[in-house]
Every structure is written in structure tokens, then in C-alpha cells.
Design a protein around this ligand. Structure first.
Ligand SMILES: NC(=O)C1=CN([C@@H]2O[C@H](COP(=O)(O)OP(=O)(O)OC[C@H]3O[C@@H](n4cnc5c(N)ncnc54)[C@H](OP(=O)(O)O)[C@@H]3O)[C@@H](O)[C@H]2O)C=CC1
Ligand SMILES: O=C(O)[C@@H]1CCC=N1
Length: 275
């Protein structure tokens, strides 16, 4: 990404709540050429954000920026909503990364904001291997031209057409890395219980999943076909796959996992509303 591409955002960026997730986006943008002097970050603690970005503990003295990224937690939004609203002016593009919080609720809280976009990044954006799902209130065609340039260095950019599916997208992409880490840990843990040395099991489980993921990125095959290519007929892999597939166990577990995450999105939305 070049600074020129970012300059098309026409101005400055304020990151209101620059913790783990927004901080990962910021680091990647800086690595890809975003000029630090275009950015101001607000953190409750005032702890320095990535790079040489100016970091403040509150918004005193700030005026409406061109781009305002909202990176507080949904539960913390009611505490800052009035202040964010003051900063979200008619020329401000607001991008909220808060899980669960709908465009309609954002518009109610930020009535004067120029445009509002809901975005769902995931942590691998830190190395450009993430996903950013996006949906806007309106004018998606114009916005996508502008925002794709900003988001592309973070990884795969997906515009979502129906907001009703956004919490499910979040469960798959935003939460997904944690589910994969848990599965990797469970495989390594099982290997330890069955007799492997813990350090070796951890090392090999990480390398195995990283290799499998990279192979998948380079392949046009479906995951089912890729599994079939590993499984020799009547071999060891097939014996293990039969356990995962028995009575649809793995499919049911994954459906329950995504459903629970999606439902929690609805509760988070409620916690972000002003009473
Ligand atoms: N973690 C993830 O993988 C993902 C998270 N998200 C979303 O990103 C958002 C942030 O999550 P995450 O980064 O994990 O959480 P963090 O707690 O790391 O980040 C929250 C940020 O908000 C700041 N903050 C909290 N209260 C205030 C306040 N009153 N005034 C100013 N700043 C404040 C915190 O300041 P301080 O740094 O001082 O604590 C922190 O920088 C959430 O809405 C979440 O749904 C979306 C996708 C993935
Ligand atoms: O756990 C959460 O609520 C956020 C949203 C996606 C990832 N982290």
C-alpha cells in the first residue's frame, strides 16, 4: 500500500479506542506506508499506540476527523457515545469495528456522521493475512472504491450485502482464529495425553496447522478434496476422519460454536445501546 492510496481518504484518521484489534490494524497500515502524522489514537490509559502516532487519553481539543475508527468494546460504547457523536461530523466517515452493533444503532448514536460503515477485521490483519468484512448504510459502490484501498493491505476484503448475516460473518472470521487456536491446542494436548513430549507436540501442531493453512491458500481444491488427498484409502488418516465425521459430530460442534458466537453478538448490541 502506498501513502498515495491512503491520501485518497482525504485527510486525517482518529482511532477512538486503539487496543488489541484497532492497534493491529494500525500497525499493519503503518508498516504499509500510512503516515503516522495523519493519525491520532485515543486510549483510556493513554498508553502509546503503534509507531509514532499521537496517543491521547481523551478527546479534549479534537475536532471532527475525516475518518473515525471506533475500536472500543460494545459494552464500553455507552460511556463514550456522546463524545464520539461530537466528533462524528457531516464530513466524517465512521468505521465501527464493534462486534454486534448494527448500522441502525450506530446511526441513532451518531446522528450527524457523514457515512457509517460497519467493519469486522480479525487479528491476522497484523501480518496482512486477515479478513475485513464490511457493510455500509448506503452508497456502497463509491465507498468500496475508497475503502478497498485502505483495507486491502490487511488481507481479504469482503463486502457483505445483508446485515442480518453480519454476526454470523463475525463468528466465522472475527472469532474464527480463536476457534482454530483452540483446536490446535486440543490436538497438541491429545498428543501429549497419548504419550508425546509437550514441547515437541506444541511445536509440531503449530507447524502442521501453519503448513496446512498455507497449502490451502495456494489451492483451488475444496477442503473436502484436500482431506481426501491426505487420506490414503483404508489408511491412518481415514481412520481419524471417520471419528470426526461419525454422527456428524464435528459438523454439529462447529454449528453450535458459530451459533453461540452469533447469538452473543445480539447481546453485545443490546449492551452498546444507550438506555
Ligand atoms: N480482538 C479481536 O480479535 C477483535 C475485536 N473486535 C472488536 O474490536 C473492539 C475492541 O476489541 P479489543 O481490541 O479486543 O479490545 P481492547 O480492550 O484491547 O480495546 C479497547 C480499546 O478501547 C479503549 N477504551 C476503553 N474505554 C475507553 C474510553 N472510555 N475512552 C477512550 N478509550 C477507551 C481501550 O483503552 P486502553 O488501551 O487504555 O485499555 C482500548 O484501547 C471491540 O468492539 C471488538 O468487538 C473486532 C474484531 C476482532
Ligand atoms: O470476541 C469478540 O467479541 C470480538 C469479536 C470478534 C473477535 N473478538
Amino acid at each position: 500500500m502506498t501513502g498515495k492510496a491512503l491520501a485518497r481518504l482525504d485527510g486525517d484518521m482518529l482511532i477512538y479506542g486503539c487496543g488489541t484489534m484497532a492497534g493491529a490494524m494500525l500497525s499493519r497500515w503503518l508498516e504499509c506506508g500510512l503516515k503516522p502524522d495523519l493519525v491520532t489514537a485515543i486510549r483510556k490509559s493513554g498508553a502509546p499506540a503503534a509507531g509514532n502516532v499521537t496517543t491521547l487519553s481523551d478527546s479534549k481539543g479534537l475536532t471532527a476527523p475525516s475518518l473515525l475508527i471506533l475500536g472500543v468494546k460494545p459494552q464500553g460504547f455507552p460511556d463514550v457515545a456522546a463524545d464520539v457523536s461530537r466528533l462524528a461530523g457531516p464530513h466524517t466517515l465512521v468505521i465501527s469495528i464493534m462486534a454486534g452493533v448494527s448500522l441502525e444503532d450506530l446511526r441513532l448514536a451518531l446522528p450527524d456522521a457523514g457515512q457509517i460503515v460497519r467493519a469486522m477485521p480479525n487479528m491476522p490483519v497484523a501480518n496482512g493475512r486477515g479478513i475485513v468484512a464490511l457493510i455500509s448504510e448506503r452508497d456502497q459502490a463509491t465507498l468500496s472504491k475508497q475503502l478497498n484501498k485502505l483495507m486491502a493491505p490487511l488481507g481479504l476484503v469482503e463486502w457483505i450485502s445483508t446485515e442480518a448475516s453480519f454476526n454470523l460473518v463475525t463468528a466465522l472470521t472475527g472469532c474464527g482464529p480463536a476457534f482454530i487456536y483452540r483446536i490446535v491446542g486440543a490436538m497438541a494436548g491429545a498428543a501429549v495425553r497419548l504419550g508425546l513430549d509437550p514441547d515437541a507436540a506444541d511445536r509440531m501442531a503449530r507447524a502442521m496447522v501453519a503448513g496446512a493453512a498455507l497449502t490451502m491458500l495456494d489451492s483451488d481444491e475444496t477442503p473436502a478434496a484436500m482431506a481426501a488427498a491426505v487420506a490414503s484409502p483404508g489408511g491412518m488418516t481415514q481412520a481419524g476422519l471417520d471419528v470426526l465425521d461419525s454422527d456428524g459430530r464435528l459438523a454439529a460442534l462447529m454449528a453450535d460454536t458459530l451459533r453461540a458466537a452469533r447469538e452473543r453478538g445480539r447481546e453485545l448490541a443490546a449492551s452498546a445501546r444507550m438506555d
